[in-house]
Design a protein around this ligand. Structure first.
Ligand SMILES: Cc1cc2nc3c(=O)[nH]c(=O)nc-3n(C[C@H](O)[C@H](O)[C@H](O)COP(=O)(O)O)c2cc1C
Length: 651
């Protein structure tokens, strides 16, 4: 079995490939309705070969408004119809995910109490829900039926009922959240059964899928794999396919974890479900399946009939098409960083991807495809992510491109970041960019330092992508004290010489709170005593954005890293760091033979200062993340052809 083969579903419905683009929040909705941006977003994945596109979960009832831009089924008909037309035109099936977040929702938007099976305070928000009364249950079940009817009337191929990590249906199935004494508690499957029966009837022969958390990772009361098999024995007659997921209120990061969790973590679970269910019910494996080889193996070994590759297709919308064309090596990898596809953070960003920043911005960004009408000789200075992306896009459009970097390896800061513990997959972005540049004929001139006169002498456009340099130290460094930057330590580690650090305790000063300080601490903690100092109250505050904050705290604690919070580094002596409590001003000393500074960096803009008329991109403008570096590198390349990359209006 191959992922490019069609999948036959009940009723003779045919998906053109065995790859699903699963339901996920995008932040693209407005006024609780799907928008044109959704249509372009899904169309692009359908055109790229996704066999089944499942739209983001729409609330089946007005009592559910889990995040500001969550669609509501009752207002989704027009959007669903446009999505159905767009996906069908590309040959893909399109289904609507329908659900209700129950106690895991938010009352902030609906200004109504949360509905849940029982009054179990939500573990994450701490909000106490209202235990659903008979009329609430009837209304929500009716809402599922109405939603299914609307979805099918809009031309979709069916609906997928969400009983996954974030769902009221799962809350009824689980002993963690269902403590009812009535018929819905005595028989915890009853609610799900009534929902599915109603949906089946309303769907009138269209497909019905079930997304089920088959392991809540809370074995004391939750759904275990064994319980999931019992549940499925009762529920499978209502479903044409089952997507095997995991996670619950205690493990929100477990459904779409980052690279700290090995890819394909649900494949064993999927195999058990496949073995237990009758053949006609298709089983879809989910869970950080980002490599084509892993997906193929899952299908070939019979662990599943189809694979969900959601983040993989956020990263490369043309994944399946490239497999068909035997161009797998050109698939832009999902490196499981969760840095730009995780939309539920305080910034309220639109779904996107560090390697493919046009994801989610399909209607705004100028497409990189197309040929230049005026090929030029382009010089790119710097082979970090911004320089490589600029070179890739310029070459793709027909320019002759040379990239020069003083270091011998392409990738810039990404290489250093990838040397951090649990961040190894990040190197995939650098490898892919460099590989694509080579494939497109970009001349990579590494290990060569250019001066201002070289820039002046170049006959053609020059893009300055020189990255960052060490930041300022706003603390005292005594004679004999050993202070290094996190980047230098990571770069040495990347070349296999972490041993270059002196013996004795290490102290990491992390005023940023992002992944770098944490990953350096984890990298060094197995072998030595490590302390992490931050002015914040907790370590790694910015990791909330990628969903790794709680997991990172656990890992640091397990690794024995000593955390010194609300502390500012004021001085480093040869044997200690002097820190100041940011609230009390109290001064203390922490023994350390070396201090690693994981602080902010500055633009390396020497070359640009000598040639300020030349465009620059990425960290050379302001040191930020890979996302901004790739985005600005791309924009700089598009600007060569007069495309500013903004409001291009193309999809
Ligand atoms: C931004 C984002 C939001 C998601 N939101 C939901 C959700 O609301 N409900 C759900 O069942 N799954 C949700 N998912 C999970 C996806 O449907 C998918 O199962 C998950 O990304 C794991 O597949 P992957 O490893 O192939 O990306 C979300 C995923 C992402 C990336």
């Amino acid at each position: 079995m191959n992922l490019t083969e069609p999948l036959m579903l009940s009723g003779g419905v045919r998906a053109p490939s065995r790859v699903m683009f699963g339901p996920h929040e995008t932040n693209l909705a407005r006024r609780r309705a799907f928008t044109g941006r959704h249509v372009s977003y899904y169309r692009r994945r359908a055109a790229g070969g996704a066999g089944i596109v499942v739209t983001e979960t729409a609330s089946v009832h007005s009592s559910d408004w889990p995040y500001e831009r969550a669609p509501l089924a009752a207002g989704s008909v027009d959007g669903w119809a446009s999505i159905a037309r767009a996906c069908h035109a590309e040959g893909a099936l399109a289904l609507a995910s329908i659900g209700h977040a129950g106690g895991q929702g938010s009352s902030a938007y609906s200004q109504q109490p949360l509905l849940a099976p029982s009054r179990v305070p939500e573990v994450n928000t701490r909000e106490v829900p209202k235990a659903m009364e008979a009329e609430d249950i009837d209304a929500v079940i009716g809402g599922f039926g109405d939603a299914a009817r609307l979805a099918v009337s809009a031309g979709l191929d069916g609906v997928e009922v969400n009983a996954g990590q974030h769902s009221l249906v799962r809350q009824f199935l689980s002993g963690l959240t269902n403590q009812r004494q009535d018929g819905y508690g005595e028989d915890r499957q009853r609610f799900a059964r009534e929902v599915l029966q109603t949906v089946r009837d309303a769907a009138g022969g269209a497909l019905v899928g079930l997304r089920l958390s088959c392991d809540e990772l809370a074995p004391w009361a939750g759904i275990t794999p064994e319980v999931a098999l019992e549940i499925l024995a009762g529920l499978h007659p209502y479903a044409d396919y089952v997507v095997v997921v995991r996670g619950s209120i205690y493990s929100v990061s477990a459904t779409r974890p980052d690279g700290h969790t090995p890819p394909g973590f649900n494949l064993g679970l999927s195999r058990r479900v496949r073995d237990a269910l009758p053949g006609p019910v298709a089983v879809v494996a989910q869970g950080s399946i980002v490599d084509v080889a892993m997906a193929q193996e899952a299908l070939a070994s019979g662990a599943a009939d189809a694979v969900e590759m959601t983040r993989a297709q956020i990263a490369d919308p043309g994944l399946v098409r490239k497999v068909r064309a035997r161009a797998e090596a050109t698939i832009r990898p999902c490196v499981l960083c969760n840095q730009a596809c995780q939309v539920r953070d305080p910034r309220n960003p639109v779904v996107s991807c560090i390697g493919e920043p046009s994801s989610g911005h399909e209607t705004e960004d100028a497409p990189v495809s197309g040929a230049t009408s005026r090929p030029q000789r382009v010089l790119v200075v710097g082979a970090g992510p911004s320089g490589l992306e600029a070179a890739r896009v310029a070459a793709l459009r027909g320019h002759r491109v040379r990239v020069v970097d003083r270091t011998p390896r392409p990738g810039g800061a990404v290489r250093a970041a990838a040397a951090g513990a649990g961040r190894e997959r990040l190197a995939g972005i650098a490898d892919w960019l460099a590989g694509e540049c080579s494939r497109l004929g970009v001349q990579l001139d590494l290990g060569r330092e250019l001066g201002g006169q070289d820039i002046g002498a170049h006959d053609g456009p020059v893009l300055i992508c020189t990255g960052s340099r060490d930041g300022r130290r706003d603390y005292r460094v005594d004679a004999g004290a050993d202070v290094r930057t996190a980047r230098s330590v990571l770069e040495k580690t990347g070349t296999g010489s972490a041993g270059a650090l002196p013996a004795g305790p290490v102290l990491i000063w992390d005023p940023v709170g992002g992944p770098i300080g944490i990953s350096v601490a984890e990298l060094l903690a197995p072998d030595r005593q490590v302390a992490l100092v931050t002015q914040d109250l907790i370590a790694g505050t910015q990791l909330a954005r990628s969903g790794d904050l709680a997991d990172a705290s656990t890992r640091l604690q397990r690794a024995g890293v000593a955390l010194h919070s609300r502390s500012r580094l004021v001085a480093v002596t040869p044997s200690a760091a002097v820190v100041e409590d940011v609230f009390t001003g109290e001064i203390g000393e922490i023994g350390a033979s070396v201090v690693i500074d994981a602080g902010h960096r500055l633009p390396d803009d020497t070359l640009w200062r000598a040639h300020p008329a030349r465009p620059r991109a990425g960290d050379a403008v302001a040191p930020r993340t890979i996302y901004e570096a790739v985005l600005e590198g791309r924009r700089a390349a598009l600007a060569l052809d007069g495309l500013d990359g903004l409001d291009g209006g193309a999809s």
